[in-house]
Design a protein around this ligand. Structure first.
Ligand code: SDX
Length: 428
C-alpha cells in the first residue's frame, strides 16, 4: 500500500505523505501543501480534517467502537470507577491500588474552594444558568492560583493544577445549583468518595443530612465514565485550541465549558428532556414530531439524535438506555417520558429519513432521563456532562502541551470585496 498521496495542481504533480495510525486510520499530511502548491484545503466544520494525532481515545463511528487508552467503554462502564478512568485518561494507564488511593486522597484534600469564590457566586442572579456560572468560576481559579498562568509549568506544578481542577469542579458545580435555587451552599465532606461528595453537596441541607443511595452513586459513576472523553469533539477541540496559545488549563477548560453548552453539543441533553416534555404536553404523538424533524421548513430537530462521527449506534447510548431502565426500576421511578423516548427511537429507526441519514440516538438521548430520576434538575444536565468530560479535556490539553504542538491558527479563503478607495461620508 503506497504511503504517498498524489495530487495534481495546475497540471503539476505533488506527493504528500500518508500517516497511518495504530488502528489503521489513514490521513494525508498536508503540512507542506501551501508552501508547495500555494493552495490550502477548505473543510467547514472540519468534517474531513484531522487536527492532531492522539493516543487518548479511539472511536470508530461505523462500527460503534469507543475505547479509552485501548480499554473498551463497555468494560470500563461495567467494572471501573470515574476516578480510575480519570487517572487512565490523564496519565495513560490504569493506576495501581496505591496510585489510585494517592490520586483520590490528593483530590479529596483540594475539594474546598477559596471563600472569596462565594462572593463571585453571590453576584449571580438565581436565574443564571449553571453552565455560565461554571465557566466563570472555573476561569476565576486563575485568580486564586496565579501560578497556573505560568506557561512553563514543571510537571509537578501542572499536576497540582490538574488535581485542583478535578477536585474543585464538583464543588463549583454543586454550588452553582444551590445558587440557582437560592439555597445555602454545602461544603465538601472528605470522608465521602467523589460521586457521593458531589451528590451530598447537591442535595444535603444545613438543616438535614442526605442519605447517599448506592444505586444513585453507581449510576452517576457510570454516566461520568461514559462522558469522560470523545476524541476531538467541539468542546475538546476548543480546549486544545485555547491551550495551544499557552493559556492556562483553567481558562482552556472554561472555554471548553462554553462550547459544550451549545444545544448541538452537550446542551442537547437538556434540549432532549425539554423536547420530550413538549411532546408529552402536546399529547404524546411521537409520529407528529418525527414529521416535524424531517420538515426542512421546520426548525424542530430530534434532539439527542444524529452524530458527526457515529453513523451507526453510539455505544454510550446503548449502555445508558439499559441503565435508564435499571435505575428507574431500582429507584421505583415511573417517568412517562421514558416511554415517549422509546417510542420516538422506534419510530425514527424505522423511518427512511433517519435511516438514510444514519441518524441514531446519541449519548444525550437517554442520559437526561437518568439524571432526572437521580433528582438532578434539567438546567444542571449539561453541567453533569462537563463534570464527566473534565478528565478528557485535561488529558487532551496535557497531551497537546507535552507534544509541544504549535498554536492553532486555521487559514481561510477570502470572498469579500476586492481593494477599493475610501469615500468621504458626504459623498456616499
Ligand atoms: C454530542 O462530536 C462529538 O463527539 C460530540 C459528543 C461528545 O461526546 O463530545 O458525542 C456529544 O455533542 C452529541 C450530539 C448532541 N447533539 C444533538 O443531539 C443535537 C441534534 N443533532 C444534530 O443537530 C446533528 O445530528 C449533529 C450536530 C449532532 C451532527 O450534525 P452534522 O454531523 O453536522 O450533520 P448535519 O447537521 O449536516 O445533518 C446531516 C443531515 C441533515 O439533513 P440533509 O441536509 O442531509 O437533508 O441529517 C439531518 C440534517 O438536517 N439531521 C437531523 C438531525 N441531525 C441531523 N434531522 C433531524 N433531527 C436531527 N437530530
Amino acid at each position: 500500500m503506497s504511503e504517498i498521496a498524489e495530487i495534481i495542481v495546475d497540471g503539476k504533480s505533488y506527493q504528500l505523505p500518508i500517516v497511518v495510525g495504530t488502528e489503521d486510520e489513514k490521513a494525508i499530511d498536508i503540512s507542506s501543501l501551501r508552501s508547495e502548491t500555494s493552495h490550502i484545503t477548505l473543510d467547514p466544520g472540519y468534517k474531513n480534517t484531522g487536527a492532531t494525532t492522539s493516543a487518548i481515545t479511539f472511536l470508530d463511528g461505523e462500527k460503534g467502537i469507543l475505547r479509552y487508552r485501548g480499554y473498551p467503554i463497555e468494560q470500563l462502564a461495567e467494572k471501573s470507577s470515574f476516578l480510575e478512568v480519570s487517572y487512565l485518561l490523564i496519565y495513560g494507564s490504569l493506576p495501581t491500588a496505591e496510585q489510585l488511593n494517592d490520586f483520590s486522597d490528593r483530590i479529596r484534600r483540594h475539594t474546598l474552594v477559596n471563600e472569596d469564590m462565594r462572593k463571585i457566586l453571590d453576584g449571580f442572579p438565581a436565574t443564571a444558568h449553571p453552565m455560565g456560572i461554571l465557566s466563570a468560576l472555573v476561569s476565576s481559579l486563575t485568580a486564586f492560583y496565579p501560578e497556573s498562568l505560568n506557561s512553563n509549568q514543571t510537571q509537578d506544578e501542572m499536576d497540582l493544577s490538574v488535581i485542583r481542577l478535578m477536585a474543585k469542579m464538583p464543588t463549583i458545580a454543586a454550588w452553582s445549583y444551590k445558587n440557582s435555587i437560592g439555597h445555602p451552599v454545602i461544603y465538601p465532606k472528605n470522608k465521602l468518595d467523589y460521586a457521593s461528595n458531589f451528590l451530598n453537596m447537591m442535595f444535603a441541607y444545613p438543616t438535614e443530612s442526605y442519605e447517599v443511595d448506592p444505586v444513585v452513586v453507581d449510576a452517576l459513576n457510570k454516566l461520568l465514565i461514559l462522558h469522560a472523553d470523545h476524541e476531538q469533539n467541539c468542546s475538546t477541540s476548543t480546549v486544545r485550541l485555547v491551550g495551544s496559545a499557552h493559556a492556562s488549563l483553567y481558562s482552556s477548560v472554561s472555554a471548553g465549558i462554553g462550547a459544550l453548552w451549545g444545544p448541538l453539543h452537550g446542551g442537547a441533553n437538556q434540549a432532549v428532556i425539554e423536547m420530550l416534555e413538549q411532546i408529552k404536553a402536546d399529547g404524546g404523538d411521537s409520529k407528529k414530531f418525527i414529521e416535524k424533524a424531517k420538515d426542512k421548513n421546520d426548525s424542530f430537530r430530534l434532539m439527542g439524535f444524529g452524530h458527526r462521527v457515529y453513523k451507526n449506534f453510539d455505544p454510550r447510548a446503548k449502555i445508558i438506555k439499559k441503565s435508564a431502565d435499571d435505575v428507574l426500576t431500582a429507584l421505583g421511578v415511573k417517568d412517562p417520558i421514558l416511554n415517549i423516548a422509546k417510542e420516538l427511537e422506534e419510530a425514527a429507526l424505522n423511518d427512511p429519513y433517519f435511516v438514510e441519514r444514519k441518524l441514531y440516538p446519541n449519548v444525550d438521548f437517554y442520559s437526561g432521563i437518568i439524571y432526572r430520576a437521580l433528582g438532578i434538575p434539567t438546567n444542571m444536565f449539561t453541567v453533569m456532562f462537563a463534570l464527566g468530560r473534565l478528565p478528557g479535556w485535561i488529558a487532551q490539553w496535557k497531551e497537546m502541551r507535552e507534544n509541544k504542538e504549535p498554536i492553532g491558527r486555521p487559514r481561510q479563503v477570502y470572498v469579500g470585496e476586492t481593494e477599493r478607495d475610501y469615500v468621504a461620508v458626504e459623498n456616499r
